[in-house]
Design a protein around this ligand. Structure first.
Ligand SMILES: Nc1ncnc2c1ncn2[C@@H]1O[C@H](COP(=O)(O)OP(=O)(O)OP(=O)(O)O)[C@@H](O)[C@H]1O
Length: 265
């Protein structure tokens, strides 16, 4: 298990933009600790993907990005990527490879591939990852013949097999049916706990976020509007201010939060 302090992820005074347009200005997050899942939520265009890509080192930003004592800005992009894995919103290219081949390729390209050792072990690790996601039956299917949701699951397998310290998932459930949405969120939560991963997941479904995330980071126009446990961050006042909706947030008989939107505020 990773150490909560040594392997915590720190994002401080981050500023990100495209050309001259600033999207995120002076954004700091409370420390993200290993073993916890943070759901990054907010309206369209709030800057969620931009923030995730900056955390992954894929777009230029200023401010502080640290993993424990390690300043991520001092690392090469590949070193950064070996610690912080980013799964983009866009689905994998329709390449002429099977699902298992794409997972093996991702594993071989990461330090986890070196740790896995020989070819047969690499194959076993890739198979185990597909099984854990409940998609072992897709192993020999050509990626370009899979549905959008199935390709999203393979993309997630590619991210998980790299064994990152920080896992950044941009809308990993957007193309999934109900069962797989919950299966993916449960898996991310379980893996975060088991392996001490810092997981940040962009979600639009607030009920999914409230059900599976330890923390909610609510973004509005490039700024952090709320951060805390689901009960702290998701409430009628925040939903009205950030999303412009009139909503009720109630606890269901099993204890989880339920968001009911009555309409535009
Ligand atoms: N490559 C880009 N070049 C220029 N502007 C961009 C680029 N990507 C995003 N933007 C702008 O940055 C702002 C934030 O976009 P971003 O994709 O980060 O939002 P988001 O919160 O992830 O939205 P959504 O929920 O719709 O995916 C938007 O105004 C968008 O137009």
């Amino acid at each position: 298990m990773r150490d909560r302090v040594e392997d915590a992820f720190h994002v401080g005074q981050l500023a990100v933009g495209y050309g001259r347009r600033t999207i995120i200005r002076d954004l700091s997050l409370p420390t993200l600790v290993p073993g916890e899942v943070t759901a990054l939520v907010g309206p369209n265009g709030a800057g969620k993907s931009t923030l995730l890509r900056a955390m992954a080192g894929l777009i230029r930003s200023t401010g502080s990005l640290r993993l424990g004592a390690q300043d991520l800005r001092k690392l090469s992009l590949s070193e950064h990527a070996s610690r912080v894995t980013y799964m983009p919103q866009t689905l994998p290219q329709r390449v002429a490879l099977t699902a298992i081949e794409t997972v093996i390729a991702a594993l071989k390209a990461s330090p986890a591939g070196g740790r896995a050792g020989a070819g047969s072990q690499i194959h076993a690790v890739a198979c185990a990852t597909l099984s854990r996601l409940g998609i072992e039956h897709l192993a020999m299917e050509a990626l370009d013949q899979l549905s959008g949701g199935q390709r999203q699951m393979v993309s997630l397998a590619q991210a998980l097999v790299r064994e990152p310290q920080v896992l950044l998932l941009d809308e990993p459930t957007s193309a999934l049916d109900l069962r797989y949405q919950h299966l993916v969120m449960k898996l991310v939560r379980d893996l975060a706990r088991e392996r001490g991963i810092v997981a940040v997941v962009v979600l639009h479904d607030l009920n999914l976020a409230a059900g599976w995330a330890d923390r909610i980071a609510m973004l509005s126009r490039g700024e952090l509007a709320a951060f805390g446990t689901p009960a702290e961050a998701i409430n009628a006042a925040h939903l009205a201010a950030v999303y412009g909706v009139s909503a009720r947030v109630e606890q269901c008989s099993r204890g989880s939060l339920q968001v009911m939107v009555d309409g535009p505020a």
